[in-house]
Design a protein around this ligand. Structure first.
Ligand SMILES: NC(=O)c1ccc[n+]([C@@H]2O[C@H](COP(=O)([O-])OP(=O)(O)OC[C@H]3O[C@@H](n4cnc5c(N)ncnc54)[C@H](O)[C@@H]3O)[C@@H](O)[C@H]2O)c1
Ligand SMILES: O=c1ccn([C@@H]2O[C@H](COP(=O)(O)OP(=O)(O)O[C@H]3O[C@H](CO)[C@@H](O)[C@H](O)[C@H]3O)[C@@H](O)[C@H]2O)c(=O)[nH]1
Length: 433
């Protein structure tokens, strides 16, 4: 239990908001979570969790049962909260910068109702200057100079949201108001993590800088994988050697079809835009995005080679559509992008993903099936795009028979090439010459 139970408001019940709300209730706080999506709020009230996050349903159920967690569609219900955390979407706008429409809309509703002296914290990923701008608007437009603001960026990963929230590498509090920072720090007092106190700009930038760096690391690795193929090296070995250097670290060294998801692409783009506005052309980061697109071209080229040069009419079985394993999220999924490009080139696709139910995402011209064996039927190529561990356990000899001995293009180096060879399947991995 915390030394003092806080009344916490969470705005937005998505990956970040719902995880934050449920975990803060677990930590002993009194939490009310608001979302404009009525059907989501209804479901959550019945402990039905609409996203796939390990451990989250149990925490939501526990919070509801203990009455420390409630859900509402009314932002007015947050009127008695000591701290309100904004966990609203900040998607990529058409121009590439962060769309703050949801943050602005929620602020307009919250401003008249927030408790006197309440602390409002941005957990959403917001461009440098946003948190201060919220304070200016609160005071200038609504006479709410009493509301204090803190930037408290979130670093959790999808698929590990609960664990990452409860065991963070760091907690970042950006503010010029020590008492406000302490009020937010108190929410996390029972977490064993270093608390980094900074100004607003550093906190906001640190979030973008982290995601930008991860994107750079991955583009470097994907480019290196291509070089390995040309030079007869193996990216697995090269990465292992690199990762043993404490300055580099072993994480984020696995090649794939490119990096995606709801965060890395939009945050990288937004950081490039922010840099441009500050008069700096962040060429390195722009190049990382271009490399990322080239990675998709390489996957297409491999599939094209495997079917003898013509994609039109080629039968391709796709394993994996989500942007990575462990999540049901399809936002900016490279797997989906590659599948879509293949379909547009005339390939006939059958796709399976353990977290995507038939008929699959709107707009994808593919037959999405609920049995992984069905993707193999008559396939010339079986294309592995997401690193779901269960793909390793498939009955590969049966898939080989169904597919009349296809080539397996394994963008994630997930499968055992020798086992596939024994089953009669050719294996084309990534980054081994
Ligand atoms: N997804 C992640 O892994 C992750 C991790 C760290 C940070 N972030 C950042 O956190 C923020 C939220 O991301 P997310 O993935 O949780 O988003 P999400 O799309 O999963 O959830 C956002 C929720 O906000 C609700 N919403 C939209 N407008 C609203 C309004 N005006 N009032 C109340 N609710 C409203 C939506 O209905 C939705 O349920 C983004 O800035 C994102 O960049 C995301
Ligand atoms: O070795 C690796 C690791 C990751 N990826 C890909 O990189 C992308 C991003 O993966 P990940 O970072 O795990 O996804 P997210 O859940 O979107 O998490 C990122 O974005 C969040 C939102 O900002 C941050 O909070 C997290 O710290 C940050 O890791 C995915 O397409 C992965 O398949 C690889 O290709 N190889």
């Amino acid at each position: 239990m915390p030394s003092e139970q806080r009344a916490v408001g969470v705005v937005g019940a998505g990956y970040v908001g719902l995880t934050t709300a449920a975990c803060l209730a677990r930590l002993g706080h009194d939490v009310i979570c608001a979302d404009i999506d009525e059907s989501k709020v209804d479901k959550l009230g019945r402990a039905e969790v609409p996203i796939a996050e390990p451990g989250l349903p149990a925490l939501v159920r526990e919070g509801l049962d203990s009455s420390r967690l409630r859900f509402t569609t009314e932002l007015g219900a947050l009127a008695r909260c000591d701290v309100v955390l904004l966990c609203l979407p900040t998607p990529m706008s058409e121009q590439g910068d962060a769309d703050l429409g949801a943050v602005d809309a929620a602020l307009g509703e919250l401003a008249p109702v927030l408790a006197r002296g309440c602390v409002l914290a941005t957990k959403s990923t917001v461009p440098v200057g946003t948190t201060l701008r919220l304070r200016q608007r609160l005071s200038g437009n609504w006479g709410r100079a009493d509301v204090r603001v803190v930037s408290n960026p979130e670093f959790l990963r999808e698929g590990h949201a609960v664990t990452d929230f409860l065991h963070p590498d760091r907690i970042v509090l950006g503010t010029d108001d020590d008492a406000a920072g302490e009020a937010v720090a108190a929410l996390y007092e029972n977490l064993d993590a270093p608390v980094v106190r900074t100004g607003f700009a550093s906190a906001e930038l640190a979030k973008y800088a982290s995601n930008g760096f991860l994107a750079l690391k991955l583009s470097y690795v994907n480019e290196l994988a291509e070089l390995c193929e040309r030079l007869g090296a193996d990216i697995g070995d090269v990465g292992r050697v690199m990762g043993m250097d404490g300055r580099i670290g072993p994480a984020f060294l696995a090649p794939g079809p490119g990096w995606g998801g709801s965060c890395l692409p939009k945050d990288t783009e937004a950081l490039v835009r922010t840099s441009g506005t500050a008069g700096l052309d962040f060429r390195l980061l722009r190049e990382a995005t271009l490399t990322n697109l080239r990675q998709q071209d390489r996957v297409l080229a491999k599939v094209r080679r495997a079917v003898g040069g013509r994609l039109a009419g080629a039968r391709i079985g796709v394993l994996g559509l989500t942007f990575k394993a462990g999540t049901d999220d399809l936002r900016h999924s490279p797997a989906l992008a590659v599948a879509d490009r293949l379909a547009r080139e005339g390939a006939i696709l059958t796709a399976y993903d353990p977290k995507v139910e038939p008929p699959g995402p709107a707009g994808l011209d593919a037959q999405v099936v609920d049995d992984p064996c069905l993707v193999a039927k008559d396939a010339e190529v079986i294309l592995v795009l997401t690193e779901w561990p269960e793909f390793r356990q498939l009955d590969w000899p049966r898939l080989a028979t169904l597919s009349t001995h296809a080539t397996v293009v394994d963008t994630r180096n997930l499968l055992d090439a020798d086992a596939l060879a024994r089953a009669g399947l050719r294996h084309t991995g990534t980054g081994a010459g």
